[in-house]
Ligand binder design. Structure first.
Ligand SMILES: [Zn+2]
Length: 258
């Protein structure tokens, strides 16, 4: 497998990185990523994954574009209002990088369909905005031993955690139970600044690229907490729980290229 002339030019600024290589680029090209949600986090995550050359991206979202999305979801433009987000993301990402395949799944991921949706992915990037979806994605990825990048953003705060099921703490190990309903304000109540979501979504893309290529050191057993008001980055360690209902019994996932 070799890179074409257009790929060599398109990816030239990352191919020149000392940490990168043609082999790393080829690993990205042969990789399949499932992006759960293409809103505030999924827009930047999807853009950077597509631009970097992830060969196949599945976009899962059942929402349509609304005017109130546009302050923080830069994959969706004003003329796109009322279009399905998954279809619109497919059009935009395919236009950004014609070398890759983007597939739209206009579905809401839940505990019933999660395993079918993530099946076959090399990495899942969870850009959803509810605790229920996050646990469903985590549990499905653990059951199938698929590496996962979890994240959340609210107000001016965000967090990111990468997961190799069976090897590092999963989302449920780190956060065994969802907060009680009503204890955490929703995005609608607390608000989100687009630039803050952009930081968190960009870090998710970086983590996914690291997991796919073996380049760098992903956020395993480390929760990155970001406070946008002071721009402070704090890393909190976490660890696997022997009795975790999601990951205690699963075979270890493999990081590509590692
Ligand atoms: Zn676990």
């Amino acid at each position: 497998m070799t890179l074409s002339d257009s790929e060599l030019e398109r990816y030239s600024r990352q191919l020149v990185l000392p940490e990168w290589s043609g082999a790393a680029q080829e690993r990205l090209r042969s990789a399949s990523v499932v992006l759960v949600g293409v809103g505030a986090l999924g827009s930047p995550a999807g853009q950077y994954l597509a631009a970097a050359g992830v060969g196949r991206i599945g976009v899962v979202d059942d929402d349509t574009v609304e005017l109130s999305n546009l302050n923080r979801q830069p994959l969706h433009f004003t003329p796109d209002i009322s279009l399905p987000k998954a279809d619109n993301a497919k059009v935009k990402l395919a236009a950004l990088n014609s070398e890759i395949l983007v597939e739209a799944y206009p579905a809401r991921l839940d505990g019933q369909n999660a395993e079918a949706i993530v099946m076959g992915a090399d990495v899942v990037v969870d850009c959803s905005d509810s605790f229920a979806t996050r646990y469903a994605v985590n549990d499905a990825c653990c059951a199938a031993a698929i590496p996962l990048v979890e994240a959340g953003v609210l107000g001016l705060s965000g967090l990111v955690l990468s997961i190799l099921p069976g090897r590092s703490a999963c989302y449920r190990c780190a956060f065994p139970a969802a907060p009680p309903p009503g204890s955490v304000p929703s995005c609608r109540e607390a608000g989100v600044l687009g630039a803050m979501a952009g930081i968190v979504g960009s870090i998710q893309a970086l983590e996914a690229i690291k997991l796919l290529t073996g380049v760098g050191d992903p956020l395993l057993d480390r929760i990155l907490q970001i406070e946008g008001d002071t721009l402070s980055f704090t890393t909190v360690t976490t660890e696997r729980q022997d009795d975790c209902p999601a990951c205690a019994q699963v075979p270890a996932a493999q990081q590509s290229g590692a």
